[in-house]
Write a protein that binds this ligand. Structure first.
Ligand SMILES: NC(=O)C1=CN([C@@H]2O[C@H](COP(=O)(O)OP(=O)(O)OC[C@H]3O[C@@H](n4cnc5c(N)ncnc54)[C@H](OP(=O)(O)O)[C@@H]3O)[C@@H](O)[C@H]2O)C=CC1
Ligand SMILES: CC(=O)C(=O)O
Ligand SMILES: [Mg+2]
Length: 754
């Protein structure tokens, strides 16, 4: 457990971050090419007149022909910037740019910040209302109470697009989700808890209202502001919103109110909660110190005072980040996708419940990778982390569904499964490429051997393989070790998994009978073979596959690629007439490219290059892509000429003779293969468009390219897939995480790779 802030930076670093590359955090990128005169005619005058007329004739067409439907404005006047107070519209710009970045990063919502320099609610309302045509939604931010209540209500009444004041409702949704889970963990019921809310502004009033709507009793909540508790009969510094939460209490100070309280909800200012006051709270107190950037109490101070507490803050650098970043991106995503006319109570409660439930699920490795540690539902993990890639799918679809059920969706979703896939694909383009593969595997589930089941990452993939309905994982490892790991990973019935342990397997005699004749003339005695079957799990796993106990196999986490392949090759041969080789799949935003051979042949011959081209084209076809093959080189059609080019020319000649039924061309440099403008210099080229199968001239360039793209392109790389073995075997890189292994297992099970 980390009690210390785990991210440290200096003020200089924070300024440098904002200044470097280009000042600020956002830029605008064109989504269509504007490269040629024709593009210009379409994008601008005269072509642009056509959608103008279409929208004039039918305003709803704006969602089809402009960015409106995916565009949210983050609007502030800077009167309550985080917990820093009224520092004005201009000073709020870094926060608003930040919110715009989070919209894009977490939910692929395009967003722009707008700072309006007025403290007059009427002028502010007017300014924002006039902007309605530009946007699909309005996210109000950091506007102080009580003006924020008036502003939000007026804009909700006036506009037909969703308007949400994030500090009110985004925060309320997240704090409600966190509270549900904190109460669950400490065995409390909402209707019994005694709550002290510190702060009586935008966030505090909305959080308290939602908490009460979900079951917390009015008389059990004491709200405090700078003047102390808000009690019945108080007259100074009051307004109608505070009065609604006044209670009959003798307590006049925060300290008095906290005696015996179960929950502290801080939406006020830094250091407003003294450690000695926390000591008087109930057992296992729940402390949400949500003021930003500095909480009401620091987690180390809270833990020192009350080691039994659950402590959450609004910051990214402590455990339990209760911050509206978990809400607003996904709430607007769902609302935009159904063209909701508003964000209503049903949508908010759906979001809160979806977030709370997600925290109780096992946490994916991408989250561990982003935070450098594993998370598991518990006192230090009551709420999902913002980098959890499932938030997009789970929360946005819950919000979209609630909008539809409550009658505010103008464009209802017809196929929710397709919508959820679309949501996943927005963040991870490989998802869309693989959607068909996964669907195919689900329809025809297979038995896949996970050869290193004692390895936690591989075991996670195996568990998901079964949970997602792709088939039966066949686990290889020592039974007690695999069972223990399954238990550690939260599997409730480890015995239901099929585990093969070579030390006790009744299949071993058959395996030896199979393997000894294969190896007896390759320098192995029977006792060597026996030892190999018993001790080398890749040999044992390959024998399971060879003898028909499964349909495919995956390994590679504990040995290098070459060593794993070597062990597999003791048992399995290439398909007759085939050579094993590797393919990496690169998935960019608008294109998918297959790269081969990235794993086996150091200097492929012309025949091998031709074979690799044919087989890779076949894989591309199986994944739904019409192949256009380029044989890559440093040279494009003889310029410059070098002796290594001959091999490639011979490979092209072999294909000429074979007429393989797909487009191919070479030799060519990558730009001539991929960039239409450069391709235009070679009108004789037989490629009708940019290549999508790149046959590399040798392992050096292939492997370097694949790894460069993986490093620079993040998770948009799949593979390497091993092609050409007599049975589908996949060897995953040792650095893989579970989703990589799962993908390869699905590709093998689906008969795509193999
Ligand atoms: N973690 C999260 O996701 C979020 C956190 N917040 C945090 O909540 C805080 C309030 O934001 P917001 O509601 O937008 O701002 P507002 O300006 O609308 O409200 C501020 C409230 O805090 C009260 N307050 C200020 N200082 C103290 C103090 N020392 N003791 C008691 N009450 C105090 C004010 O009291 P008075 O009425 O007497 O002036 C006022 O009621 C900020 O720190 C902000 O960062 C906000 C949104 C989201
Ligand atoms: C998180 C946020 O919106 C705030 O502190 O104001
Ligand atoms: Mg805010």
């Amino acid at each position: 457990m980390s009690e210390e802030s785990n991210v440290r930076f200096t003020e200089r670093e924070a300024l440098f971050y904002h200044k470097t590359i280009r000042p600020g955090k956002i830029e605008i990128i064109a989504s269509k090419p504007v490269a040629t005169q024709r593009d210009l005619s379409l994008a601008y005058s005269p072509g642009v007149a056509v959608p103008v007329q279409a929208i004039a004739d039918n305003p709803a067409a704006a969602y089809d022909y402009t960015a409106k439907g995916n565009l949210v404005a983050v609007i502030s006047n800077g009167t309550a910037i985080l917990g820093m107070g009224n520092l004005g519209a201009l000073a709020s710009k870094p926060v608003m740019e930040g919110k715009a970045v989070l919209f894009k990063r977490f939910a692929d919502v395009d967003s722009i910040d707008i700072e309006v320099a007025t403290e007059d609610p009427e002028r502010f309302i007017e300014a924002v209302a006039l902007l309605e045509p530009s946007f699909g939604g309005i996210n109000l931010e950091d506007i102080r109470a009580p003006e924020c209540f008036i502003i939000e209500q007026a804009l909700r009444d006036r506009l037909k697009i969703p308007v949400m004041h994030d500090d009110q409702h985004g925060t309320a949704i997240i704090s409600a989700a966190g509270l549900l889970n904190a109460c669950h963990l400490t065995g409390r019921k909402l209707e019994d808890v005694k709550v002290v809310v510190n702060g009586a502004g935008a966030a505090a009033i909305a959080c308290t209202a939602l908490m009460k709507a979900m079951g917390v009793r009015h008389e059990n909540v004491i709200m405090c502001d700078r003047s102390g508790t808000i009690y019945q009969g108080r007259t100074d510094s009051m307004d109608q919103w505070k009065s609604a939460h006044a209670v009959d209490t003798p307590a006049r100070t925060l300290e008095e109110a906290l005696k015996g309280a179960d929950i502290f909800l801080g939406l006020s200012a830094a250091n407003a909660l003294k450690p000695e006051w926390v000591k008087d709270m109930a057992p296992q107190p729940i402390i949400f110190a949500m003021a930003n950037p500095d909480p009401e109490i620091s987690p180390p101070d809270a833990k020192a005072a009350r080691p039994d507490c659950i402590i959450a803050t609004g910051r990214s650098d402590y455990p339990n980040q209760v911050n509206n970043v978990l809400g607003f991106p996904f709430i607007f995503r769902g609302a935009l996708d159904v063209q909701a006319t508003m964000i209503n109570e049903d949508m908010k409660i759906a979001a809160a419940k979806a977030i709370a439930e997600l925290a109780r699920e096992p946490v994916p490795e991408e989250v561990a990778a982003a935070y450098g540690k594993n998370h598991q539902f518990g006192l230090d993990y009551i709420i999902p982390a913002p980098f959890d890639p499932r938030l997009m799918e789970v929360v946005s679809s819950a919000v979209a569904k609630a909008a539809m059920d409550s009658g505010v969706a103008q464009r209802p979703i017809e196929d929710f499964e397709a919508y959820r896939n679309e949501l996943k694909a927005r963040l991870n383009p490989t998802t869309s490429v693989l959607t068909n593969v996964y669907a195919q595997v689900k329809q025809n589930p297979k038995r896949v051997i996970f050869a290193e089941a004692e390895n936690e990452v591989m075991l996670r993939a195996a568990i998901q393989f079964r949970d997602f309905g792709y088939g039966t994982p066949v686990l290889v490892g020592r039974t007690h070790a695999v069972l223990a790991k399954l238990g550690e990973l939260g599997v409730s019935n480890p015995e239901s998994y099929e585990i093969h342990n070579s030390a006790v397997s009744p299949l071993v005699p058959d395996m030896i009978n199979y393997l000894y004749p294969r190896l007896q003339r390759r320098g192995f005695l029977e006792r060597d073979v026996t030892r190999m079957v018993n001790n080398e799990r890749n040999v044992f796993a390959s024998l399971l596959l060879a003898l028909g106990h499964a349909d495919a196999m995956i390994s590679g986490m504990t040995r290098t690629f070459a060593q794993t392949l070597n062990e597999v090759r003791r048992v399995l041969d290439p398909k007759p007439g085939h050579i094993p080789f590797g393919i990496h799949l690169m998935v960019a935003k608008h294109t998918t490219v297959f790269l081969a051979d990235t794993t086996v042949h150091e200097r492929p011959s012309a025949e091998e290059l031709a074979h690799i081209a044919i087989e890779t084209a076949a894989v591309a076809r199986r994944m739904g892509h019409e192949p256009r093959v380029a044989f890559l080189s440093f040279s494009t059609f003889g310029n410059p000429y070098g002796k290594w080019v001959d091999n490639i020319r011979d490979a092209v000649a072999i294909l000429d003779a074979k007429q393989p039924g797909f487009e191919y061309e070479g030799e060519m440099a990558p730009d001539a293969a991929l960039n239409p403008a450069i391709m235009a210099n070679y009108p004789f080229s037989r490629l009708s468009g940019p290549a999508n199968v790149l046959v590399m001239p040798g392992l050096q360039s292939a492997n370097i390219s694949a790894k460069l793209l993986r490093e620079l392109g993040g998770n948009a790389v799949i593979g390497p897939m091993l092609i050409g073995m007599e049975k589908p075997v996949q060897i995953t890189p040792m650095t893989s995480i579970a989703p990589d292994i799962l993908t390869l297992a699905a590709l093998a099970a689906g008969g795509i790779a193999g």
